[in-house]
Write a protein that binds this ligand. Structure first.
Ligand SMILES: [Zn+2]
Length: 368
């Protein structure tokens, strides 16, 4: 574990709130233009450390709300004296529940962390226990029992036949996407499904997404063959899987260079190839968006949802563009449509999709 950039602050936080998690270890931050709330809770512009901009931060359980998930983030330069000022820099501290919303709260926080300081003598602390235990981490997901790798099944097996019917070389796609065949027992009936593992990116503590590792985050199990009972779900997911936080295929796309393509479903992503990622629906949650812009900094993005989802695609383009503006990342974010006559990218061939992507980027570069 690397040494914290601000060992003193780190130790004070540990003493006040218990365990401290370091994020963006070793990344120094820029003092520059930032926004903050003034005494009247009015949003102001000024000079200070910009919070949440991939510099080293300390995560602790927030003392202002019942918290076991370390929702309070404090920049390593929090509490510094501002340049040419007699004020302490109390702005780069942020609770994801919005607890730190006034200068009083900021001072209270400072008083909790530095109980011997002058500020501690002038503020009244709220009656909330400052130390809260961490929740035990959720169990790591595993694949369902009895899974068989699809690339070890004969080509006339229903799982291989399904993949072939969608236009794939069954063994090749199964191998590259770690596909499994599994027979689920649902309402007393054996239901054959293809299990598609979903991974998440775990950023390296120092090198972030440049050396990210992949970790199993869940799976989806797609029905193959006709539905065996009324309202058989087409997909099944493990309990507790947070689909709206995952971007399917990110572990492959992060190893590529150049543009990436966001699509709705896993089959669409397979068709795009290693640059394709599925958002598992038609909307991009703020968590997906935040992780995406951090991991795919400065890479052109094309959003290709199903033919009927032009408005949804536009919303995603706007969300990514706005998030990137905050990071001063001006790489193109474009919405493109599936090939003419295709309902979704999964119905098209990889070659057709490649042509559309290349064309859209060329058009963009030509300023059209
Ligand atoms: Zn809070």
């Amino acid at each position: 574990m690397p040494k914290p950039l601000n060992q003193f602050l780190h130790d004070q936080l540990e003493a006040a709130f218990g365990h401290v998690r370091i994020v963006n270890a070793g990344q120094t931050s820029v003092v520059g233009e930032t926004t903050y709330f003034d005494r009247q809770r009015k949003l102001c512009r000024g000079v200070g450390v910009r919070p949440g901009q991939s510099s080293e931060e300390y995560e602790v359980n927030c003392p202002f709300h019942p918290d076991t998930g370390k929702h309070l983030r404090i920049n390593y330069r929090w509490g510094d004296l501002l340049p040419e000022s007699r004020f302490l820099n109390l702005h780069p501290a942020y609770c994801f529940h919005g607890c730190i919303d006034s200068i009083e709260k900021r001072k209270q926080l400072f008083a909790m962390v530095f109980p011997d300081g002058a500020i501690a003598r002038e503020v009244k602390l709220p009656a909330i226990p400052p130390k809260q235990a961490d929740a035990s981490p959720p169990p790591k997901p595993t694949l369902p029992a009895g899974c068989v790798p699809v690339d070890q099944l004969p080509l006339n097996h229903p799982a291989c036949r399904y993949l072939a019917s969608r236009g794939f070389n069954p063994h090749a796609i199964a191998k590259s996407r770690w596909l499994r065949y599994c027979e689920f027992s649902e309402r007393g009936i054996i239901v054959p499904r293809i299990v598609i593992p979903c991974f998440k990116l775990v950023p390296h503590p120092e090198h972030m997404y440049r050396l990210a590792e992949k970790e199993l985050a869940g799976w989806q199990a797609r029905l193959i063959g006709p539905p065996p009972y009324e309202d058989t779900p087409k997909y099944r997911f493990p309990r507790g899987m947070e689909k709206s936080k995952l971007i399917y295929g990110a572990e492959k796309a992060i190893r590529t260079t150049g543009p990436v393509v966001l699509v709705e479903g896993v089959v669409d992503a397979w068709k795009i190839g290693e640059h394709g990622m599925a958002i598992l629906g038609k909307t991009l949650s703020s968590i997906q968006c935040g992780r995406f812009v951090a991991a795919f900094f400065a890479r052109p993005v094309l959003v290709m949802l199903d033919e009927d989802a032009t408005d949804a695609a536009e919303k995603i383009v706007n969300a990514i563009t706005a998030a990137r503006r905050g990071l001063r990342d001006s790489a193109p974010v474009l919405s493109i449509r599936p090939p003419h006559g295709r309902k979704d990218p999964g119905e098209a061939s990889s070659a057709e999709l490649q042509t559309i992507v290349t064309k859209a980027l060329r058009k963009y570069e030509a300023g059209e």
